[in-house]
Design a protein around this ligand. Structure first.
Ligand SMILES: CC(C)(COP(=O)(O)OP(=O)(O)OC[C@H]1O[C@@H](n2cnc3c(N)ncnc32)[C@H](O)[C@@H]1OP(=O)(O)O)[C@@H](O)C(=O)NCCC(=O)NCCS
Length: 135
């Protein structure tokens, strides 16, 4: 996808973000843009919200299946993380996370910056995997 196609005019409609956060200067890399590792940590947190809800308790991240940085993130962008469960197994929950940035607070340009898929495992107090509860 070309950079121009990545721009949208608004955030996804009819969906609530699981997380919204604004990166600060301390989250920047040596070039002044936001460090990819910081974004990965936020995506992990965002995905875990739905996974922990489905697991009705503690989860651990077992795999990052895919992760794409589609556009850079800048200090001061308002980031919205949208998550959806794409698969469940005996103990695991796979979640897709999409991240949108609202840039320049005044003209409110919206850009999809990141897409990722992560798998979480429901764990018990001893950190062993446990079956997901029945729905
Ligand atoms: C999570 C953990 C307890 C799972 O251990 P386990 O039960 O022996 O692992 P299993 O191989 O039986 O896999 C458990 C589930 O994870 C899934 N899974 C394992 N590896 C996977 C991978 N690379 N990608 C996708 N799913 C994976 C399995 O398919 C299985 O799912 P299911 O029960 O729904 O069929 C263990 O791997 C662990 O402690 N990992 C570290 C977790 C952690 O600390 N994460 C934070 C970052 S350090």
């Amino acid at each position: 996808m070309s950079a121009s196609n990545a721009f949208t005019t608004r955030l996804p409609q009819g969906r609530d973000p699981v997380l919204r956060v604004m990166p600060m200067p301390a989250d920047a890399n040596i070039h002044g843009d936001v460090f990819g590792g910081w974004i990965m940590a936020q995506v992990d947190i965002a995905g875990s919200v739905l996974a922990a809800r489905r697991a009705a308790g503690r989860v651990a991240t077992v795999a990052v299946n895919a992760f794409q940085f589609k556009q850079p993130v800048f200090v001061g962008d308002l980031l919205s993380f949208y998550a959806a469960i794409t698969k469940t197994g005996t103990t695991s929950v796979t979640v897709s996370v999409e991240v949108y940035a609202e840039r320049h607070r005044l003209d409110a340009e919206v850009v999809k910056v990141t897409e990722a898929t992560l798998t979480y495992v429901a764990t018990d107090e001893a950190r062993r995997s446990r079956p997901l509860p029945a729905l």
